[in-house]
Every structure is written in C-alpha cells, then in structure tokens.
Design a binder for this molecule. Structure first.
Ligand code: IPE
Ligand code: IPE
Ligand code: MG
Length: 257
C-alpha cells in the first residue's frame, strides 16, 4: 500500500481541503455492511469482507491526505465471536493477511499501529504478529492507526476497573482521567468523529466511554463502497457542526474570539 501525504493529481479546493484546520483529530469508524454488500451482488459474505479490506486501504490513504491524526477502526467486536466458526476464522485470517502484506509499507509511510481490545482469545500466531506490528511502528507519527480487534467497550471498562483495583488505588483517588488512562486507548485523545456505515444507528459496544462527546455520522453506504468521497462528505459534515460540550452558543462564540 502506498499512502501519499500529498496527492499530486488533486487540484481540489473543496471545503475539506480548505478547512483543514477543522479536520477532526481523531476519527473512529464502525466499518459495517460487508455482508449486505456481498448479498446484494449474490456473492458470499467472504467477498464482502475482502472488498471491505480493500476499501480500508483507500480510507487510510485518504485519512493521511485529510490530515486526520488518529484513526480507529472497528474490525472485530467481542460479540463477533458468536458468528459462524468459518466466518470468525476468515476474519482472523484477514487481519493476519493485512499485517503480512501491508506492514512494510504502512511502516514506511509513518503509520503507527496500535491494538485496542483483549489479546486473550486471539490465536497465538496472530497475537504475535499484532505485537510485532505495534513494536515495529511504535515511533511513527504520520498517523496513529488503532485497530479495534476483539474489542468491546464494556469489556474494556471491566479490564480498566480490574487493573485499577490490582494497582491498589483507593476509591477517593479514582477520577475520570484515571479511568481514561486505564482504557486501551489510554494516552490518546477521545474521538472527535465516529462514523458508522451501512445505515445502522447504534454503537454496538464501540468506544462507549471515549465517545461521550464525539460527533456521530451515519451513512447508508455499505463499508466496501464508502470511498474517499464519502469520507470527505463525513468530514465536511463534521466541519459544519457546532460542538458545545454543555456550554451555550454565546459562550462558544466568546471562546473562539
Ligand atoms: C462488518 O460487516 C464487518 C464486521 C463486523 C467484522 P458485517 O459482516 O457486519 O456486514 P453486515 O452487517 O452483515 O452487512
Ligand atoms: C460492529 O458491527 C462490529 C464491527 C464493525 C467490527 P456488527 O455488524 O457486529 O454490529 P451489530 O451486530 O449489527 O450491532
Ligand atoms: Mg454488521
């Protein structure tokens, strides 16, 4: 995969290109609709997952171009284990294949890979590859790519609470900031924008703590077809939102002078 930081063919002066200052720093994507994409074409679900993986390459490239600094992708949820065994193993193999085929170029393009989710349960061979990929790319800073794999928001909070107790923290010392730091995303800013494709309006256990003040964007397009232009549309929509964080419009106007 070649990620270009500057698209030579792009003479684009659209709002996103102009409003780079308003690009969300952290975008998270619930990549949904692979199965329905395939079904619509009379193809097996596996074809949808393959096409979805292809699309991820496009979106990664676009993310760098659109100046997104952190991209979190939901690739496999703790609930996805309940899918048919064959589909689960295919999704495992797809992650392995992406790591095998793309790691070198992702690294050359300055992408820092992180894993969020529970390692236990992922086949040992793939755990090893995930760890190697994270280790190899840990000093890169063009784009942080958080791969949510065997990830569940509730599971993440349970895990954080267990570690807080193990560390002997007393009840009165527990703060929101501390909990944030104990999550898999510890040290990263919360997502500014969470995108879900395929017309579903739910979180499915994704970033339930971190998304408390995120902007949400839902698209009817199935993930394999959610291309650069669709992504641009989501960022444009974000650029026109007014984030109040509980304040009034007047306060926000004052803050921005
Ligand atoms: C998203 O597509 C990929 C994963 C959840 C791994 P789906 O496989 O959920 O596709 P639909 O929702 O059945 O169309
Ligand atoms: C969410 O999609 C999980 C991922 C995209 C990895 P699902 O397709 O699993 O979500 P539900 O089951 O429709 O809520
Ligand atoms: Mg789905």
């Amino acid at each position: 995969m070649t990620i270009v930081t500057h698209d030579q063919t792009n003479t684009d002066t659209s709002p996103v290109a102009v409003k780079l200052g308003r690009s969300p720093h952290h975008v998270a994507i619930i990549m949904d609709g692979n199965g329905r994409w395939a079904k619509q074409r009379g193809l097996p679900r596996s074809a949808g997952h393959r096409q979805g993986t292809e699309n991820l390459r496009r979106i990664l490239r676009a993310a760098v171009e659109f100046d997104v600094k952190v991209l979190t992708i939901y690739a496999f949820s703790t609930e996805n284990w309940s899918r048919p065994r064959r589909e689960v193993s295919l999704l495992m193999r797809i992650l392995e294949m992406v790591l095998d085929r793309e790691l070198k170029e992702l690294n050359e393009n300055g992408v820092q890979i992180r894993h969020i989710g529970e390692m236990d349960g992922i086949p040992d061979r793939i755990q090893k590859k995930i760890k190697e990929a994270c280790e190899l790319t840990r000093n890169n800073n063009e784009l942080i790519l958080n791969v949510a794999f065997n990830y569940g928001g509730r599971d993440e909070i349970v895990h954080a609470v267990q570690n807080i107790i193990r560390d002997g923290v007393s009840a009165e010392d527990v703060t929101e900031e501390m909990i944030s730091n104990y999550l898999y995303t510890g040290g990263l800013p919360d997502p500014d924008l969470i995108i879900r494709t395929s017309g579903e309006f739910r979180l499915s256990n994704f970033l339930i703590w971190q998304g408390s003040y995120a902007e949400y964007y839902y698209s009817d397009v199935y993930w394999p077809d959610f291309d650069k232009e669709e992504f641009r549309g989501a960022l444009e929509d974000y650029a026109n939102r007014r984030r109040r964080f509980g304040k009034t419009d007047e306060q926000i106007d004052e803050d921005t002078v």
